[in-house]
Each structure stands twice: as structure tokens, then as C-alpha cells.
Design a protein. Sequence first.
Length: 378
Amino acid sequence: MAVRAAVMGATAVALSVALAGPATAAPAGGDHTATRQAIKAAVEDGVPGVTATVRDSGTTWSTTAGVGNLRTGKPRSADDRYRIGSITKAFVSTVLLQLEAEGRLSLDDTVEKWLPGTVHGNGNDGAHITVRQLLNHTSGIYNYTEDDDFGRAYFTKDGFFQHRYDTKTPADLVAIAMSHKPDFAPGTSWHYSNTNYVLAGMVIQKVTGHSYATEIRDRIINPLHLKATSLPGTKVTMPSPSSRAYSKLAEETAGPTYDVTKLNPSIASSAGEMISDSADLDRFYGALLGGKLLHAKQLKEMQTTVPAGDSPTTRYGLGISDIKLPCGVHLWGHDGGIHGSSSAVVATPDGRHSLAFNFNGDWSGDAMAVVVGEFCGT
């Protein structure tokens, strides 16, 4: 269903949609005309509102379009905080790579070493899966958000409004995945699985004795002064300032639009629970790619990629994607979706030019067109 495809970046390669036609790289100097046009087109396509911020060599440019509240007509703000879904994964991966640099774990450790007995049954065996394979989605572990019962409970209209405030523990989510056979033997293929990053969060807690949320705050949010970034845990409301989030809660893009702003983000856990804003995401990616969060060895590991399914333009590293645009520009980034919120952040390899944006609807809008507008100028 459409909403399920958006939730928690169920396909992290959404930004890899093949684009036809030659293009040229955007001219230096920050002409954002094409970016603004692509954002306007997303609103015309049905997205209620868009907020975006670009950071380029120390200068910042922001724009908005559409509304943040369909009932009142209040416009979106450049300062809007929003649920970032699977963009969370880069934060989790960064913490694990920092722990590796400190000698507290190896990415080649097995899941069984840190989480004994957790990945087992139905052909699942954590003794044959490494932490690295969790982070680059080559573990073969089933994606719990693709489970039919989970989908009915959280991604359909009747299910969502009955279960939107449910609390799910990481163990609950892993148990759903363990009720299914693996998609493939570890290391033999690639499939995006949110379960991988739920397990990664559990590994962080086992290694450090602290929750992944605490480690992300202490290691990333506080040092970078990301004042709009948070891990809400089970809190169902959004911090201010923010807009409403909207979904069709159906396979079709037509039909009624529902306000899905309030939900318990524990259903996303360390795969996608975080909240941020565009300026903070730009700052995080700038610091990450600029070598301020990871040593060169660990950053190289993060950027060691595998083919992302059948995508010809995207490869997947450790919580971050390698994206090639039709104009020849190379970017690192990730998209993220959760009910009523579709987001993306991308940056040049040196982290000096970045773009982060959010659609407050999950059924329409061309995110890749926004990226191409900014970095290709078309």
C-alpha cells in the first residue's frame, strides 16, 4: 500500500528513481529557481505543504510552499520540525561506528554475540549475521513493516485510528520479523529491512548500557547543538513549531485525507522515530561528511556500498545512500517516511552543499525533482 511504502523509508532508494534526459550541474552561486519550481510542483501535485533548507559553503537558504494546516490554512514554516523516519538510520550507524573506533565492538561481530537468542527461529540465525550486515541491509532479516498484520494495524484507516497510540518495544518488532523466514542467506543479496536497525539500536544498548536515544543525544545532538532534533520515544505529540501531517491511509492517492500527526513513534524505534528540522539535518550531514563525527577509517566504512536492489543510480552504505544524478553530480543522502511525513536529506561528498526538505503528506510529490532542481538546476 502507498502509505506503507512511505513509512520508515520502506524503500530507502526512493531518491534513486531513474530520470531521463541530459542535464548539467547547477551553476555556482546558489540559484535556487529550479528548486523552488520543483517544490511548487509538489504542492500542485497534492502535497499539502513543503519546507526546505539548503546550506551551501556556509550560506543558508530556505523556502516553503503550501500549508501546514489544511483546516486553518496556516502556511508551512522554514523552522518546522517533522518526523524524519529512516533518516534516523544515519544517526544510529554513526553511533555504532564511533563505538567501533573506541574498540568497544567490531562491525564484523555477530548479532548473536551481542543479542544472544534474539535472532532465531524460522531459519533465522544471528550467529551468521554481522552488525555490518544489519547496517547495509544484507542480513536477509525480514522487514517487520511488511508484515500483513502489522500493515492492517498501523497503515489502514481503521487500524491506524485504533492502534495509533500503541507502544511497541524493540523486542516486539523483532518478534514480528522472526515469525517469518529470512528473505535470503546473510550476505547474498540486499533488501531494505527496518528490523535491521531495530536490532542495531538494541546492540547499542547492550554495548553501552544506555539506550540508543541517550547515545545519539550525547554523541551527536548535543555536540552539534541540534536544538530541533529529538527522540520522542513514546510521546505522541509534536514539538513546536511544527505543521500537521496528512495521509490517505489507503493504497489509492484519491479519497479522504486524514490528520495523522499524533502517533506513538515506538512503532519505528531506532529504524525511524526521530524528529528534526531541515537546518539541523543539513548541519548533521555537513558534520558527518566533513569528518567531524567519524574518523577517516569509519567514514570510509560508512561509505563502502553495496548494490541497492535493482537501482542503477543508488548504492547503499551504512545508513546512508550513494546517489548519482543525471547531471553527473554525486550525493550522499537518505529519505525517510512515516505516517504523513516524507523527508529527504542529501549532500555533496564534502558536506559543504546540502539540502533537507519535508512533505507533510505521504501520497504524492516528486522528491527527486527537488533534489535535481537544487543540484542540477533543471
